[in-house]
Design a protein around this ligand. Structure first.
Ligand code: GSH
Length: 215
């Protein structure tokens, strides 16, 4: 038995897929096409009743959802991959920013992508989206300012939070702004995209942003 990852290109499943690649374990990906609303299918609802990606079925048959829960579980089960730093103080910072992105930034993308879930009046969609994107920019600036390493978040080197930063920072149609405003996030993302383990996964999901094609 191997891991089975329910995911879709460019979605949050990319962070989990890259963590699996860092671990070096076998996995298979089942595509759930978000553009075709595949997450609404009854078959997928049986995997994740919340009808969101990613979901991971472990070799033991357990179903895991919630991207951060999945990543932290993988870290505990595969300590040799060092997805989180061994040093306690460094680990605390890795968790701090992982959770900040998961709880304060990731949810904003739902307002951007599915505004109709939050507002009854279609004529206010544009304004609602701009509020979401403004929040997005303010919160990403905090992540930018928190990047103390070079190229990664932590001076001690790579950790799983770097994968999360690379994946989530690409969303919400903020590419032009991001390239100008978040140079450290861009450098970090380019480094994630070039890691030996993650590069093949990254380039399958984001061929337009492979090493040498940033900026
Ligand atoms: N809290 C969840 C959020 C998952 C999430 O919003 N996933 C998006 C893809 S990146 C999704 O499935 N969206 C489809 C929808 O909301 O219908 C997690 O961290 O896993």
């Amino acid at each position: 038995m191997t891991y089975t990852l329910y995911g879709h290109r460019r979605s949050g499943s990319l962070a989990v897929e890259m963590a699996l690649a860092e671990i070096g374990t076998d996995y298979e990906v089942r595509d759930v096409d978000l553009e075709a609303e595949g997450q609404r299918d009854a078959g997928y609802a049986a995997v994740n009743p919340q009808r969101k990606l990613p979901a991971l079925v472990t070799p033991a048959g357990e179903t895991l959802t919630e991207s951060v829960a999945i990543l932290l579980t993988l870290d505990r089960r595969h300590p040799a991959a060092a997805l989180l730093p061994e040093d306690e103080a460094a680990c605390a910072q890795a968790l701090r920013w992982l959770l900040f992105i998961a709880t304060e930034i990731y949810p904003v993308v739902e307002i951007n992508d599915y505004p109709e879930r939050f507002i009854p009046a279609p004529e206010t969609v544009t304004a609602q989206r701009e509020v979401a994107r403004s929040l997005w920019r303010t919160r990403w600036q905090l992540v930018e300012d928190a990047i103390e390493g070079d190229p990664y978040l932590l001076p001690s080197g790579f950790c799983v939070t770097d994968l999360y930063i690379a994946v989530v920072s690409r969303w919400a149609q903020q590419d032009t702004w991001r390239r100008e405003a978040l140079p450290k996030v861009e450098t970090l993302t380019a480094a994630v995209a070039a890691r030996p383990a993650t590069a093949p996964v990254w380039s399958r999901h984001r061929p337009e942003e492979t090493p040498g094609r940033f900026g």
